[in-house]
Design a binder for this molecule. Structure first.
Ligand SMILES: NC(=O)c1ccc[n+]([C@@H]2O[C@H](COP(=O)([O-])OP(=O)(O)OC[C@H]3O[C@@H](n4cnc5c(N)ncnc54)[C@H](OP(=O)(O)O)[C@@H]3O)[C@@H](O)[C@H]2O)c1
Length: 293
């Protein structure tokens, strides 16, 4: 496909964080036509609804941002998590193949155990620690099985000025408290959802849909503690950030201790360089400040 070929881009999970960020970035891509569908408009596991939307609107690309993302709750809602993150992805992917729609599916660093010591490559063995990670891994497999042309993009530690995320939680806590405890022994890569949204739209612009799994996150590996101190410093807050070990903050599901993603394949295939994490954090916080007036 030629460069800047106009596309009809269907984005699922429209009320979610990433979809909202794609909507914000879409204004920079007037050559494409966008449609954002919520769970009510098009539950991705409902083959009739998916078919109806595909036939009526004729998308050329579908970015699947719909997901069950409640990591801890998934342990007690396994059926629902598996339905949305795996079964429904298979249904959506089959519709994409049948209707010749290019699928871009999102996945997660939680497909890995976090026992590694060097950044994860796409072909490294997966070993999810909980139901959420296992359901997302099953979704990757189904996406590739049902739509072999699909792109599966794994990302990590997603934040932005919209939706529910670590950054917004920290901003709130730092305005309410004198001190906040943050985990200092889990390593990963923050991802500004607007950088990811921009990258996805640039892949579509380029029209080079090389199928496969890819890793996308901002550049640089840090701990949640480092992330929190950077947020505090950029806010100019006096809040104390206390370093706490994982064992002092028990959660129903163990988080990977090291889920740093290697983005080489993404960079080499698409020629898109993810910005350094601190640069993106600054951009996000300045937009947040601007939005708050
Ligand atoms: N957030 C992170 O830190 C992170 C990290 C790594 C990977 N990811 C992946 O990135 C992608 C986007 O995540 P996000 O942060 O934007 O998630 P999000 O904010 O939780 O949004 C997910 C959206 O999907 C919708 N949804 C749930 N079930 C659906 C269904 N059956 N049909 C249609 N829509 C449905 C949800 O609607 P309801 O609100 O009605 O449930 C919600 O609006 C996901 O694939 C996620 O696994 C996220």
């Amino acid at each position: 496909m030629s460069q800047h070929h106009p596309h009809r881009i269907l984005v699922t999970g429209a009320d979610g964080q990433l979809a909202q960020c794609i909507r914000l970035e879409a204004v920079h891509h007037p050559e494409h036509t966008f449609r954002f569908v919520t769970r009510a408009d098009m539950p991705i596991g409902d083959p009739e609804k998916v078919r109806a939307v595909f036939l009526a609107w004729a998308p050329t690309v579908c970015i699947n941002c719909a997901a069950y993302t409640a990591v801890d709750r998934a342990e007690v809602e396994e059926t629902e998590a598996l339905h949305v993150n795996a079964v429904a992805v298979g249904i959506l992917a089959a519709a994409c193949r049948e209707q010749r729609v290019q699928l871009i599916h999102l996945s997660t660093d939680y497909v890995f155990s976090g026992n590694a010591q060097t950044p994860y490559r796409e072909d490294d063995p997966t070993e999810p620690l909980g139901v959420y990670g296992a359901s997302k891994r099953a979704g990757e497999v189904l996406a590739q099985q049902e739509a072999p042309e699909s792109l599966v993009i794994r990302t990590s530690w997603v934040y932005s000025e919209v939706g529910k995320n670590f950054l917004l939680t920290m901003v709130r806590l730092m305005s309410e408290r004198d001190s906040v405890g943050v985990i200092s022994d889990q390593w990963g890569c923050p991802t500004y959802a607007r950088d990811l949204a921009d990258a996805l739209l640039r892949i579509i612009d380029g029209g080079r849909f090389t199928p496969g799994i890819y890793h996308y996150c901002n550049e640089g590996a840090i701990t949640w503690y480092r992330f929190a101190t950077a947020i505090r410093d950029l806010l100019g807050s006096a809040c104390e950030v206390r370093s706490i070990p994982t064992h002092e903050y028990p959660t129903p599901v163990r988080r990977p201790a090291y889920s740093v993603l290697d983005t080489r394949r993404f960079r080499q295939t698409f020629g898109i360089m993810p910005p350094p994490w601190l640069v993106s954090l600054e951009v996000c916080l300045s937009r947040l400040r601007h939005a708050q007036g």
